[in-house]
Design a protein around this ligand. Sequence first.
Ligand SMILES: [Zn+2]
Length: 100
Amino acid sequence: MTWKSLVIPFTANVRTEDYRGEGDVVHLSVRVFGADTRNEYKSVCHACSKWEGKEKGMLSLVDFHAASNVIKASDDGLVQVKFKFSCYPKHQNPNESAYL
Ligand SMILES: [Zn+2]
């Protein structure tokens, strides 16, 4: 079976949630680790959640940017995904220089 779409997490900057349980998709999940401490981070720091959280609700550490959470693959099987981190590594831990 070949897959036709990528389903990304439904975050603040994904405009519509279109996934209806189709089978021919691949689900993207992202895990974030600190480059220096190797800790896993699952959410933004307390300060960033206060700053951004008022309007948008729960802010995810990895915020995807897309019109839909279902991204159709092109004929050659490629998809492009845009995201940004909603919090800086140094917020999580002063010794953290980067995310992995
Ligand atoms: Zn932060």
